[in-house]
Ligand binder design. Structure first.
Ligand code: MF3
Ligand code: CO
Ligand code: CO
Length: 296
């Protein structure tokens, strides 16, 4: 299992899911006994459904398609296209590959992909907005293949980016990398959020609080929530077989957001640029595997 009991503080929530502090609960127990039915405990207490190797294989296939979709779209993003063009490309490619675009009709969402430009943090609805030189464009693709979900996004430069665009995209990419570097059994979701927040804030940027990473695989959004801010050692301990996204949204200015009239589009309240990168990851016996791996 490769769990590291020493990482659980005496005042942290007990990993058995009792809701008690570790010191008031399982601290004296043989760790092997505690680890034996961790999956059952996670299912009962947190509704987290740990994935089998067969599930992982299927999510990996969905993830391959998501990455192929991003790679199809990326070179086509040029000044003069509309965000709706991106929607058409994603929708057609997904369906051609025997998959379903998860966003379409999800809680009333009207399109097959989210496209978020410049000050748009996330959930931009494709439409007639024309992409121009210097923009940054995030494309967030979630596909359902053989009933399994995978979710990833990237932020792209259009033409020649200015210094602000370069900065926010670089910081957001590094935030995801640092978050993923924390993924190993025995670490906690707080470790992931902490690593992301420390980097973003050290660069004078801010972390969006309202949207978080999420369990994924059998459904679009499963427990647990994975905040992109937090404290080292806090929150749920990671166990092998957990599959979730990490998807930090990083603002160049302040962290506050506003939702537009369409009830989906989230924009920075101060109008500053925002960038995001997302991957679907698996907790393995010896660290982390991306199920949506891309060439950086
Ligand atoms: N793909 C987004 C995420 O990373 C969710 C989009 S929900 C939608 O969780 F309805 F807007 F598509
Ligand atoms: Co996601
Ligand atoms: Co996504």
């Amino acid at each position: 299992m490769n769990l590291k009991p020493t990482k659980i503080g005496r005042n942290d929530p007990c990993p058995c899911g009792s809701g008690l502090k570790y010191k008031k609960c399982c601290v004296g127990k043989e760790f092997a006994a505690l680890a034996a039915d961790l999956e059952g405990l996670y299912a009962r207490k947190y509704r987290i459904r740990v994935k089998t190797p067969k599930d992982v294989e299927a999510i990996r296939r969905a993830g391959r398609l998501v990455v192929d979709t991003l790679e199809l779209v990326a070179p086509r993003i040029r000044p003069g296209i509309t965000t709706d063009d991106i929607n058409t490309w994603v929708h057609e490619f997904t369906v051609q590959n025997g998959a379903v675009p998860a966003p379409l009709n999800y809680r009333g969402y009207p399109k097959s992909v989210c496209v978020s430009v410049n000050e748009v943090i996330c959930h931009g609805i494709p439409g007639q907005r024309v992409i121009k030189d210097g923009d940054i464009v995030n494309v967030d693709v979630t596909s359902i293949l053989d009933g399994y979900y995978a979710d990833a996004n990237q932020t792209y430069f259009v033409g020649s980016p200015g210094p602000d665009a370069r900065k926010i995209v670089g910081v957001a990419r590094e935030c995801l990398r640092r978050g993923m570097a924390m993924v190993q059994a025995g670490n906690t979701v707080g470790d992931i959020g902490w690593a992301i927040q420390v980097h973003a804030e050290s660069q004078g940027c801010s972390v969006v609080r309202e949207f978080v990473g999420h369990g994924i695989g059998f459904d679009f959004h499963e427990p647990p929530q994975v905040p992109h801010f937090g404290r080292k050692g806090e929150g749920l301990a990671l166990i092998p077989g957990m599959v979730f996204t990490i998807e930090p949204m990083i603002n160049l200015g302040r962290k506050e957001l506003r939702i537009l009239e369409d009830e989906w589009t989230a924009v920075t309240r101060d109008g500053s640029l925002s960038a995001q990168f997302e991957q679907t990851v698996l907790v393995t016996d010896n660290g982390c595997e991306s199920l949506t791996p891309w060439e950086d």
